[in-house]
Write a protein that binds this ligand. Structure first.
Ligand SMILES: Cc1ncc(COP(=O)(O)O)c(C=O)c1O
Length: 429
């Protein structure tokens, strides 16, 4: 109190300087133990890094639909008229008309649901946060895919989960490996976090057999499956694989996290959870302490867009664009790299995953990154998708945001960076 009075008697500039100079460092012992578990996101940091670059860069890093693929005119029209009078607070569980549209949308995709099973969320991220908030006590085990969407596991870590990384192959999570991992961990997990369709970052899809086995294991372990599926609607090739709730209708162990971020636009921040009514009430209780409610005008934008019947057509259009872009990327990679990389070949979504091999084997993709950026191409290095820092010789490429010509250009630039890095490495041996 005395200090404050003294300061307030001094000229403003001195005060500012003094305050700045005497600001005490925060003692970490006074922070909650969970503070050290709050990890920043390398994935999100790449957006800021790229924004600060002034040269031409082919952006294979972030996974978001780019502006020309977002129906901004429709959104603007709806926001300008239909959302009038909708700028107040709304119900925690979501606006009734959006919930109704979600039920219809799911039914159109052959998925039976009902309003009692739905909570509107502020993007998929909030669905994950609510799911792990409900499930995780400090030290509880959560099985996660390796590699995985680390922002997702960041929510579990923030509730002090112990993550158990499980391997992936071309059929998604290697579910057969889980019993041994659980035995080593020493107790059964509370949850298994999976991205079953066109996984971020690998692009792979979990096979039906593995989904069935995972349902069995969840039952045996009394665990929940946190099924995070932002990309499932964006299948452009191959046959649908039935979802967990189609294989096991009404199974209360399945918590579905969904979002309109990839099918419509991430800036809307509108998603939803679909879960057993008993859990849904808990999720609704968790939400007001986080954000009171999801933005009401943005919910209106989505519900009216759906009510106008435009989403199916929009998704069909996206699928055709993403198919073309994925083909451009796999073809360019095959031509440029041959057997010196191993690439996944996804049937949908945004991403493919590359393991460096042959003349590039052993190259660390984090070390390569600055050189790639200098050559005008951005990707996300493999370790950004792990808790352990593994996957050092792998990287994620997003094919969804660039035209086929830019994709070919970006792959060429990646090749130049890899060749130069390999050359320099040879020089230092
Ligand atoms: C697998 C996965 N889950 C969740 C999210 C987050 O979705 P949202 O932007 O709707 O919060 C993303 C976004 O990239 C994602 O890839």
């Amino acid at each position: 109190m005395r200090d404050l009075q003294q300061h307030s008697a001094r000229p403003h500039q001195t005060r500012l300087r003094e305050v700045t100079m005497t600001t005490p460092t925060i003692s970490t012992t006074r922070l909650a133990s969970r503070a050290s578990e709050l990890k920043g996101s390398v994935i999100d940091a790449s957006t800021a890094l790229l924004a600060s670059q002034t040269h031409d860069i082919v952006r294979f890093a972030m996974g978001a639909p780019n502006d020309e693929l977002i129906p901004t005119e429709d959104f603007g029209r709806i926001l300008g008229t239909a959302a009038e009078g909708r700028f107040g607070y709304g119900a925690s569980e979501g606006e009734a008309d959006l919930v109704d549209q979600i039920v219809r949308y799911q039914a159109s995709r052959g998925i039976e649901t009902s309003p009692e099973r739905i909570v509107v969320t502020t993007g998929g991220m909030q669905g994950l946060d609510i799911a792990f908030k409900m499930l995780v006590d400090p030290g509880d085990g959560v099985i996660v895919e390796c590699p995985t969407y680390t922002n997702g596991i960041g929510t579990a870590l923030s509730y002090q989960a112990s993550v158990i990384e499980a391997p992936m192959d071309e059929n998604g999570l290697v579910v057969e490996a889980l019993p041994d991992l659980v035995e080593n961990f020493g107790k059964t997990p509370k949850a298994i976090y999976t991205i079953p369709n066109f996984q971020n970052p690998s692009g792979t899809t979990m096979s039906r057999e593995r989904r069935e086995l995972l349902l069995e294991l969840a039952e045996k372990w009394d665990a929940y499956i946190v099924d995070d599926d932002p990309y499932g609607a964006l299948r452009f090739e191959g046959d649908e694989v039935p979802g967990f709730l189609e294989l096991s209708p009404g199974n209360p162990r399945v918590i579905q996290v969904r979002t309109f971020s990839k099918t419509l636009a991430p800036g809307l921040r509108v998603g939803w959870m679909e879960l057993d009514p008993s859990l849904r009430d808990i999720a609704v209780n968790a939400k007001p302490a986080m954000d009171t409610c999801t933005s009401v005008p943005m919910q209106k934008v989505v519900s009216d867009y759906l009510a106008e019947g435009k989403l199916d057509e929009h998704i069909d259009w996206l699928r055709s664009i993403y198919r073309e872009r994925k083909e451009a990327m796999t073809q360019a990679l095959a031509e440029r790299f041959g057997d010196d990389i191993l690439s996944t070949d996804p049937d949908g979504g945004f991403f493919l995953w590359i393991d460096l091999q042959g003349k590039y084997s052993g190259i660390d993709t984090e070390e390569l990154f600055p050189l790639a950026l200098r050559h005008g191409v951005a990707y996300i290095p493999g370790p950004a998708f792990t808790d352990s820092g593994s996957q050092r010789h792998s990287l994620r490429l997003c094919f969804a945001t660039s035209s086929p010509e830019r994709i070919r250009e970006g792959v060429e630039r990646l090749g130049t960076a890899l060749d130069e890095f390999a050359e320099q490495r040879r020089g230092t041996l």
